[in-house]
Structure formats: structure tokens, C-alpha cells
Write a protein that binds this ligand. Sequence first.
Ligand SMILES: [Zn+2]
Length: 369
Amino acid sequence: MNMKPIPLFKIFGIQINLDFSWFVIFFLVTFTLAEGFFPHFYPGYSFIVYWIVGAVSSILLFVSVLLHELSHSITALHFNIPVKNINLFIFGGVAMIEEEAPNPRVEFLVAVAGPLCSFTIGLFFLVLVYLYPVDDLLNGIINYLMYVNFALGLFNLVPAFPLDGGRILRAIIWSKKDILTATKISSFTGTVFAYFLIFAGIWSLIKGNFLNGIWYGLIGLFLKQASKISYEQTKLTVILSKYRVENFMQTLKPLLPDETVLDFMNFYFPFYRSSIYPVIGKDGQVYVLYIEDIKKIPQEKWAVTYVMDIAKPLVAFVSPYDSLYKAIKIMNRYNLNEIPVIYGNTILGIIRKSAVELLLEKFMEEEKK
Ligand SMILES: [Zn+2]
């Protein structure tokens, strides 16, 4: 079953989503706080009060995780790396930072921003603990938030890719060697740490600590998978960065403004079958015809509708000398399967996602041999 995450709100243009698995951790954290931590350290309150305080603390933990992810995202945005959304799920949060950092320095800064934020929040609550040394539940919440934020910062600093510490390690190696070697090494430490967690989980289970056992095991399995996927992702980036658009594009003749939709459907579409098509406007600018828009027009009107009537201004294009990586990045950003290739003022052709995928498939097959 694949349930869509719940959209919460937007901040700095970043969509914050809540995955359904988050409710599991919300319940678990509230449960451990309401039945363990608070009654143990702050006895004398009623059952309902413990559960309310537990739930409030859980939500504040969620805010802490969100702030951690936001600081990664804001740093990324500062360096013009687009961030689509932040998903909060069972193991915390993931900021969907769309692209690799352009250089080791940026990678380092984006990675370090999260733990720095968590430590700052931890310090803030540490000060509050000193300012409010009363032995009550409010003090309990402050203590708990101090503890979890320090823990969040420390856990993320473990040099296990793709945890923040692993990214920091990768940035350091990357500054001395190439990114692929750096990713390989930091993914390896990531996998090692993942196995360590899995074994710690099994050990806890043997020792009879059921909840810890399952928890360590699950985080370990998740990290193992994540480090593998992140490595594959980087490899892809490196391969695509080596090739230029000019060798994979399809050349084409742009549409002229006085051509009709019918002309396009008869003389262009059967040969190119792309979801977009470039048009040169009367003003000499490049416009784009979307097949989606043609579908909205009744067929009998095709002969009297000019392509310029429905063409839209150009939003995305690449130069023939751009890398395939850049082309894919732009196509993903604008959710397009094809984009025009333009050099200066001349439309040369289109580059298709499928052409890039074909190249990658070849690579994967070569690797198997
Ligand atoms: Zn982080």
C-alpha cells in the first residue's frame, strides 16, 4: 500500500509533508514518555496529565526534527540548490534536496547546518534548565528537549553516509580526491554503521530489550538501504556529467507562428512524437507548444488554430554543450520529458529523457559483464 504523505504547510517555498509512518513514532514516543520517562522522574501526576505532556513533548520533538531539516534546506537554497519538500516520517525527516552540491565546500556547509541547528536548540534548552530548576513537568519537557536535540545532533554526526556525518566525511575526501571515490568510502562506512545497528538490535532482542532491538534493527536496515541508493545516485550523476547534450539530442525544425495545429499534427508530430515542440514567435523569441494543450482543442478546430495561439513562453532549455546531468536536472525540475536545445538564438533540437535512460541502461549492462 502506498499512501500519499499529508501536506502540512509551506515555508520558504518548501512543502512540508507528513508521512503516515510518522504516526507510529508519534505514538511510540508519546507512549515511552507517558508511561516511562515522566512518571519515573516526575512522579505524582495523573495518567491523563502524563499522556498530554507526553504528546506535547512528541510534537516538540517533531518541531526539532523539522528545524534540523529546515537548516539543511535553507543552506542548500542559499547556494541555489533547489529543495522540493521535507518529508517527516518514522525515522525523522528527509529534506528532498534535488541536486548534488556543486563542490565539497557547499556539501560540507549543507551537511553541517543540521547538527549545528540541533546543538543550538539543545544549548537553548540547557540554558532554560538552569533558568527553571523547578522539579515539575515543565522542567521535564525542557530536559527532554535538551536531551533529544543533543542526541539528534550527535547521531547525525556519525560518519555514515547518507547521515550528515557521512556527508561531511564525503566532502572532506572529495576535496582531496574525486566525488565518486569519496562517495564510495563514505557509503562503505555507512554500510558498516548500518550493520553495527542491526547487530545491536539483534543483541538487544537476545537481552530481552524488545523495543530497543526492533528500533535499532529498523534504523540499521533503513540506513543500509539509504547508503546503497545514495551511492547509486551519485554514480549516475558522475556518469551523466561526462556526456554532452549535443551527442544525444534529436535535431528538428522549429514551428513558425503562421503554422496551424493541423499542420503540426500532420507534418511534425508523427516524426518526433515528443510532448513539447519549439515555436519561433513573430518577435523572434522561442515559445513552446505542449501536446497537452492540443488535446484540449476539439479536432475540428485544429485547422483554424495557429500554433502561436496556444504556445507558451519558453521556461527551460539546454545548450548543446551542457552535460546530460544538467539536462536531466532541468527536466526533473520542470517535470518534462523533453526540452529544447538552443544555442544562442538558434533552436537546434530537443533532448529526451528516454535517450538519457537508454545510455544509463547500457552502462548498467556493461557493469554486469
Ligand atoms: Zn541532518
